[in-house]
Write a protein that binds this ligand. Sequence first.
Ligand code: NAD
Length: 465
Amino acid sequence: MTVNDELLSGVVQKVIAELMKGSAPLAAEFDGIHATIDEAVNGAIVAQRELIAMPLAKRDDIIAAMRQTVLDNNERMSKMAVEETKFGRYEDKLRENILCATKTLGTEDIQPLAKTGDNGLMLLEYAPVGVIGALTPVTNPTGTLIHNGISMIAAGNAVIFNPHPTATLTSTTMIKLLHKAIVDSGGPAGLISSVAKPTLDTAREIIDHPKVNMLVATGGKPVVKAVLSSGKKAIGAGAGNPPVLVDETAHIRNAAECIVNGGSMNNNIFCTCEKEVVVVDEVADSLIKFMQETGRAYLLSPDEATRVTSLVVNEKGKINPKYIGKNAQLILKDAGISVDDACRLAIFEAPADHPLVWLEQMMPVMPIVRVPNITAGIEFAVKVEQGNRHTAIMHSTNVDNMTAFARAVQTTIFVKNGPAYAGIGLGGEGHTAFTIAGPTGEGMTSARTFTRQRRCTLVEGFRII
Ligand code: NAD
């Protein structure tokens, strides 16, 4: 091949076009939703550069505006999420969004670290990674966007979301609201974005895009595997099957109250919710009685439990998606059982090999398995958690028992004597996270998770003592 002027000029034009990509400002009317992933990535690159050129105080203003817009639009967004996905409960979605708006950490989480000594000064700073691609679940379409959006931007990044296709309207509406809050508070357009029609193909485009610096997957095993096989820095927040273990020393009435509240939260749609009860035989009858006495738990007879199980678990042994996140009344009605409006949770005694003990059901139907003693209880609860390293709950007043279970189960979240949701900061201490990274170990993710560490060393001097 000979190099002539025409060929050379073509190559130069291509190179210039590539360099110019991502440097054009977005139109004033841009609302956070792009036509293509490529466009979103290029917009995000420009926005992220603008963000890091701004003072940190401006970043705080942006975060404050994001929090406020969630609170201002909470009723509308919670209603939309329930209507579109048909998962969860309106009043619990309200709580989910308030939790994420108020208890997601901001820039306070990326405070630098300084160390001085005989050899001078070392400064460690938490720097942005750049552009993050975040894949979000249908189960918490609003909570995950709010938590991820605030955390990632607090850390100085831009984020492109690929929401679950089944929650497209809710997710894109939430992204538009957050985007408007950012721009109205003086932040860069394109800092948070998505595409009008997120699909598995657009997820793949984000995963493979050379200019996306970090991937964050919140969902089931396949999506976690997809980001971890990308060759990029990836954070995986996967499925769980949280057991709640009750021993004979527990305050049983409190345990019953907590399990009914936690297990029915948002119709059990949170990955952290109690999914099966493991109880020491000696206190099993009292626990069940006290659960019934809350007025919100209905005890299924063995025959009713069989009917409900054959409804919610299909012939292939998989969860029937029709019943995920539905109200207990609806599920029970389809099984020919009528319960009053107060009922939030169906409970039943189950053998150890019952499918709902082992499947992540995400619906208010809770199996209860008796064990002869705490040793057997710990052994069994560890097995049903299945190495997800996600969440486990225990009701006990015996510190040795609690320590033994916590050590054996190795979960990211371990809740003692409270509902599981206390572990994500709802009525419990600490910040919230809706991306709980068990598989990759970042745990309750926050702004610092979405950074890379940079060190600066000044040799000799700069000490004031
Ligand atoms: P999902 O895995 O079906 O979807 C999550 C996201 O990943 C969606 O955006 C989806 O489009 C995308 N996706 C799915 N498979 C993919 C693939 N092979 N390649 C690329 N993208 C893919 O999950 P879901 O049904 O939306 O959510 C429920 C699951 O998520 C449950 O298992 C729950 O435990 C888990 N979850 C975990 C956390 C956590 O923090 N650990 C939080 C919420 C939900």
